[in-house]
Design a protein around this ligand. Sequence first.
Ligand code: DQA
Length: 151
Amino acid sequence: MTITSNRVAVLHGVNFDILERRDPAVYGGLSLGELEQRISAWARELGLEAIFFQTNHEGEFVEFLHRLPDLADSAIVNAGAWSHYSRAIADALDVARLPAVEVHLSDVENRDDWRRQSVFDGLVAAKISGKGPDGYREALELLARELGPHT
Ligand code: DQA
């Protein structure tokens, strides 16, 4: 029997397809592809398998969350600006009922007031922000502990 409880879905929302064009002082200047490569390597080190999804369309994000329980065992969610106002995405994550961590590259607690609010409060095991790409490594470590050993 194959044990498949190590799949982590890494979901990126609106404007992450152009990550390398966003303010490098805030987002670090790397592309989504480069970020995903780092996440993949960290996941492998932890015995996890990362699968990736990005869209600029809220409904597509919601529909991916509907399919999430068939595709993965846990999730890392960086929904970009949607994190601050999309109750539809929060409801869909709630339905998925998977261990999830919210990650933001930038320090959302110390930018604009509206970025402090998150629709994922109470739905995620942790919210990690302001640590750049390393925040994803922290999220993976947290989920690895949650999912048990897979070496
Ligand atoms: C972000 C923070 C959000 O406030 C912003 O809208 C983004 C990126 C981050 O990773 O820092 O698009 O989620």
